[in-house]
Write a protein that binds this ligand. Structure first.
Ligand code: PMP
Length: 375
């Protein structure tokens, strides 16, 4: 078949009846990935996806390259070695761990194991943008509870929003995109007040950046609560976003269900090897995390000095509530070579990157204030 007749066949077919897909798909917003920086001719930085700015730790690439030689084989479906290493590292039984294709994959599985069409899913808003997507995709009814005025979860209102139809509650701590984290003394009573048959997911994608000594720790609070699932990822602090690997820690009934709903062989051998190699280098990794935490403090202080009011962040990003000026601010940064992440008319999330990148965003923020917010 020639190229022309192939194109003609496609054009003819596209005019005919199309396959019937779920109408609900038209109502589901697409996941919006952080943009790359515009090419301005000068240096540019991507601070729009909460990625780790550092390349893989020494030795991780070598482990991954060695594993890549096995790519003609399916991976170990049970991720046996990594599960054992994680169990040791986290001090939890191996039967409590379910690995997945990023915590995004596990979020979908959590919907699959707990939500029937029409069931309610409660979460704070704004929070991680995947929650409304997966909720609708699996036929759930999203119950969004506004954040408090200081950008934190309103746990009292969330508890009131739970009804007999609620099957799942997402709690994102530290919260993406605002950075606010929950303390143990407020989270525990909330967990204990909810019905014991409702699955509660503590999404701790940014937990390694949380330096609050009073922080709620999912690994502690899940132990005596069989309905609590702690969700973590190798994408952020561990810098393995491109490999798609995350994990849930839960009591065996939930962990088993997660394993049964996983895409078979979804977690690649390369991802498993890189994760093991990263765990081997945990202290070096935490040194890098410490540097990012120090930078986070520096950036927040500088923004406060400029007159902004970023909330306290325990993650690798800061949040600026900009309302109607959200798009203008993001465009202004983009023109200065920095991609940040705008959210509708709510605000902008700025990932903490390498020092030069952070300086660039501070310069852009200061210029924006002078030009657009003076007086
Ligand atoms: N949870 C939160 C709160 C996130 O911000 C992200 C990534 N943006 C994820 C989960 C998913 O991360 P991944 O799928 O890369 O593990």
């Amino acid at each position: 078949m020639s190229d022309a007749s192939r194109d003609e066949a496609v054009a003819r077919a596209s005019k005919g009846p199309s396959p019937r897909l779920r109408t609900l798909l038209d109502t589901i917003p697409a996941y919006v990935p952080g943009k790359s920086a515009a090419s301005t001719g000068g240096p540019s930085w991507k601070l729009s996806s909460n990625e780790n700015p550092y390349p893989p730790l020494p030795g991780v690439l070598e482990a991954l390259a060695a594993a890549a030689g096995q790519m003609h084989r399916y991976p170990d479906i049970h991720c046996t070695e990594l599960t054992g290493r994680l169990a040791e590292h986290l001090a939890v039984p191996a039967s409590h761990i379910a690995l997945g294709t990023g915590s995004s994959g596990l979020l979908q599985q959590l919907m699959q194991i707990s939500v029937d069409p029409g069931d309610e899913v409660v979460y704070a808003w704004r929070s991680f943008e995947s929650y409304p997507i997966v909720t609708r995709l699996f036929g759930g009814r999203a119950v969004e509870v506004p954040l408090t005025g200081d950008e934190a979860h309103d746990l009292d209102a969330m508890a009131r929003a739970v009804t007999e139809r609620t099957r799942l509650v997402f709690v994102c701590t530290p919260n993406n995109p605002t950075g606010r984290a929950l303390r143990r003394d407020v989270l525990e009573p909330f967990l204990d007040d909810l019905p014991a048959d409702v699955v509660i997911v503590l999404d701790e994608a940014y937990v390694e950046f949380n330096t609050d000594p009073c922080r709620a720790d999912g690994l502690e609070v899940y132990r005596n609560r069989p309905n609590v699932v702690t969700l973590r990822t190798f994408s952020k602090a561990y810098g393995l976003a491109g490999l798609r690997i995350g994990y849930a820690v839960a009591h065996p009934r939930v962990a088993d269900a997660l394993l049964r709903t996983a895409v078979p062989f979804g977690v690649s051998t390369t991802a498993q090897s890189a994760a093991i190699a990263s765990l081997d280098r945990h202290s070096e990794l935490m040194e890098r995390v410490d540097e990012l935490v120090t930078e986070r403090g520096r950036v927040r202080e500088a923004l406060l000095e400029q007159g902004w009011t970023p909330p306290d962040s325990e993650a690798n990003f800061v949040w600026l509530r900009l309302g109607q000026q959200t798009t203008d601010f993001a465009e202004h940064c983009r023109a200065a070579g920095v991609a940040v992440r705008p959210y509708g008319h709510d605000g902008v999330r700025v990932t903490i990157g390498e020092r030069h990148a952070n300086d660039a965003v501070l310069t852009a923020a200061s210029a924006f204030r002078r030009e657009f917010l003076a007086g």
